[in-house]
Design a protein around this ligand. Structure first.
Ligand SMILES: Nc1nc2c(ncn2[C@@H]2O[C@H](COP(=O)(O)OP(=O)(O)OP(=O)(O)O)[C@@H](O)[C@H]2O)c(=O)[nH]1
Ligand SMILES: [Mg+2]
Length: 262
C-alpha cells in the first residue's frame, strides 16, 4: 500500500500512464517516476499491447507495491484509457491524479513542480509555451502544428492557456466529477483540450507551469493526422456553441439544451 502521508499538502497521488506498445519505455518511465517522487503511486493503463507492455507492467507490480496495472481488452484510445484510470483512482480513494505519457516526453523529474503548484490550484497544466518551458527534438512541422493549434484554441474558445493540448497535468480528484469527465467523448489531443475547456468554463483554478518536453527516443508514435483533424473540428464547434450561448444570454434567452457533440 502507499505511504499513508502521500505528497505533502496534497494527500495520495496517482500517476496514470496510458500505454500502447511501450515495452521499451515502461520500465524506464516507472523507475524515473519512483526515483523522482517516491510517495506517488503509478497506474499503467494498458490496452492489451501486442508487444507485451502489460506483462512487463505486471512484473513491475510484483516487485514494487507503488505500481499497479489496469489491463484493458484492446486499443481504444488515450481518452478512454485515462477515463478508466480516473475511475480506478476514484474507487481507490486517491486525492490527486496526474497524466503522463510513457515515452519520456514528460519528465518525471518535473513532477514535483506540477504537484507543488496544485497546492494553490484545482488543475495544473504542464506548459511548453511559457518562459522556462521548452520542446526538444521536434521537427519544425510538429512544433508549428502544436503552436498553431494552441493559438487557434485561444482564439476560438477565448481561454487564456498557452498549452491546452499538452498531456502532462495534475488534477485534484474532485475536479473530475465537477467537469463530468465520464461524459467526455474526445480522444487524442482533443481529450486534453476538452478537459481544460470544461475546467475553464466551470471557473476552476487552472495553473500553468513550465515543462521541458522531449520527443520520444524509443518506440513508435501513435499520433496521426486524424487526431489533429478531430481537434480542429471539435474546437471550432465548441467555439461556435460558446459564442451562441453568450449571445443568447445577452438577449435574455436560455440556450437550447441538447447534445453538445463534438
Ligand atoms: N492505453 C492506451 N494508451 C495509448 C493509446 N494511444 C496512445 N497511448 C499512449 O499515450 C501516450 C501518448 O502517445 P504518443 O504515441 O506518445 O503520442 P504523442 O506523444 O502525441 O506522439 P509522439 O510525440 O510522436 O510520441 C503514450 O504513453 C502512448 O503509449 C491507446 O489507444 N491506449
Ligand atoms: Mg509521445
Amino acid at each position: 500500500m502507499s505511504d499513508a502521508e502521500g505528497y505533502p499538502g496534497l494527500g495520495r497521488v496517482l500517476v496514470i500512464i496510458p500505454t500502447y506498445n511501450e515495452a521499451e519505455n515502461i520500465r524506464l518511465i516507472t523507475d524515473r517516476v519512483r526515483r523522482a517522487v517516491s510517495s506517488v503511486d503509478i497506474l499503467v493503463a494498458d490496452d492489451n499491447s501486442p508487444d507485451g507492455t502489460g506483462g512487463l507492467a505486471d512484473e513491475l507490480t510484483a516487485s514494487d507495491n507503488h505500481i499497479f496495472v489496469l489491463h484493458r481488452p484492446g486499443k481504444n484510445g488515450l481518452g478512454e484509457a485515462y477515463k478508466a484510470g480516473f475511475a480506478w483512482a476514484k474507487d481507490k480513494g486517491y486525492d490527486v491524479v496526474v497524466e503522463m505519457d510513457a515515452d519520456g516526453s514528460h519528465a518525471p523529474e518535473e513532477l514535483h513542480k506540477l504537484l507543488d503548484a496544485l497546492r494553490d490550484a484545482d488543475v495544473v497544466l504542464g506548459t511548453r509555451y511559457v518562459p522556462g518551458g521548452s520542446v526538444h527534438n521536434w521537427p519544425l512541422h510538429r512544433l508549428l502544428l502544436s503552436r498553431g493549434g494552441n493559438i487557434y484554441i485561444r482564439m476560438a474558445l477565448g481561454m487564456p492557456f498557452k498549452d491546452a493540448t499538452g498531456g502532462y497535468r495534475a488534477y485534484r480528484m474532485g475536479v473530475l466529477d465537477k467537469i463530468d469527465v465520464a461524459t467526455v467523448a474526445s480522444q487524442g489531443y482533443s481529450f486534453q483540450v476538452e478537459l481544460a475547456w470544461r475546467a475553464y468554463k466551470k471557473g476552476l483554478r487552472v495553473a500553468e507551469v513550465p515543462i521541458t518536453f522531449t520527443e520520444r527516443e524509443l518506440g513508435a508514435s501513435k499520433m496521426s493526422g486524424n487526431i489533429f483533424k478531430e481537434q480542429l473540428l471539435r474546437v471550432t464547434v465548441w467555439g461556435v456553441q460558446a459564442r451562441k450561448a453568450t449571445l443568447l444570454d445577452k438577449l435574455g434567452r436560455r440556450p437550447r439544451q441538447g447534445s453538445t457533440w463534438p
